[in-house]
Design a protein around this ligand. Structure first.
Ligand code: PSU
Ligand code: MN
Length: 300
């Protein structure tokens, strides 16, 4: 494909049939501050390799859909931060046509991963149905992508900046299996508790790989959501994190924050309101997800 650029290492790993996992770049440019974002992205690549998988960090660079970045490119995306466009499905054609850069969301990363032949992808949290979506219609394109692109997304659940109940309803309607790794309860990103149930609990990477193979053999087009609870030692106090989320949501409403700016605004505000605490948890849960994704890719 003319617009796709797979790095040498990733291409080699794919050719040799070694496990490969995708990593996203909105989390680098829009989800965390510099320099922690670059440090986290590079550690993710290291953790993937330690767990037997070649990492393919995904972004749009100069209009090329890239699977596998250099350290310099990751540093650039982290330093540039919000000045790099946040790129979801609808943005890709324009960025390609204009030869511009984009930090890929879960949706756009899934698309590029699928083009490259990568079936497993690790991130922190996915976008979903926002609170108040019954009037704003703010529903992340990530959910639609999960419905039709065959990539398994490993995440720590979703932040309660979203309406978790409606997010699960949407995924059910669109036929996306939601798996809890070692749990029947949907984790809520900073905590392992949401009060909502996942569809299935699975306890090993092999069990998840078997479900992915079956989905593929059935010819089903969509992905799968693997929710992996944050390790207990890094989880936040529910009272503390929920108060910060409520305040961030209130401020977003007051300031009229809309559209693609909503998620980055809420993430940054929650991080500020909790001191560094939510950022530290965020980084730890991403590492935990990368390790699991690598094991699933190895089991596939
Ligand atoms: N949720 C998080 N952290 C993130 C994101 C979501 O807890 O970094 C990012 C992901 O890249 C996700 C995107 O794909 O935000 C969703 O944005 P939106 O809600 O505008 O679709
Ligand atoms: Mn949105």
């Amino acid at each position: 494909m003319k617009h796709l650029e797979i790095s040498k290492q990733v291409r080699k790993a794919l050719k040799e049939g070694r496990p490969v996992i995708a990593l996203e770049s909105t989390i680098i440019s829009h989800g965390m501050p510099y320099p922690q974002n670059v440090e986290t992205a590079l550690n993710c690549e290291r953790i993937a390799r330690e767990n037997g998988a070649e990492p393919a960090t995904v972004a749009v660079i100069g209009g090329k859909l890239c699977a596998g970045l250099t350290e310099d490119q990751i540093e650039y995306l982290g330093k540039a931060g919000q000045s790099v466009q946040k790129a979801s499905r609808r943005d890709l054609p324009v960025l390609v046509a204009r030869g511009q850069d984009g930090a890929t969301t879960v949706a756009a990363t899934m698309i590029i991963a699928a083009m490259a032949g990568i079936r497993v992808f690790a991130t922190g949290g996915i976008g979903g149905v926002h609170r108040g979506a019954e009037t704003t219609m703010d529903i992340s394109a990530d959910l639609e992508e999960l419905a039709h692109t065959p990539v398994a997304v490993v995440c720590a659940g979703a932040k309660s900046i979203l309406d978790l109940g409606l997010t699960l309803e949407y995924l059910e309607t669109r036929g996306v299996p939601v798996i809890g790794y070692g749990t029947k309860e949907l984790p809520a990103f900073y905590t392992d508790r949401s009060g909502f149930e996942v569809d299935y609990r699975m306890d090993t990477p092999e069990e998840i790989a078997a479900a992915l193979r079956a989905q593929h053999h059935l010819g089903f087009p969509g992905g799968m959501l693997i929710t992996n609870p944050i390790p207990a030692e890094y989880a936040m106090e529910p009272g503390v994190i929920n108060a910060a989320i409520d305040q961030a949501l209130h401020e977003a409403g007051e300031q009229g924050i809309k559209g693609k700016a909503t998620t980055p605004f809420l993430l940054a505000r929650v991080a500020e309101l909790t001191g560094g605490d939510s950022l530290a948890s965020n980084i730890r849960l991403v590492y935990n997800n990368v390790a699991l994704a690598a094991k699933i890719a190895a089991a596939l």
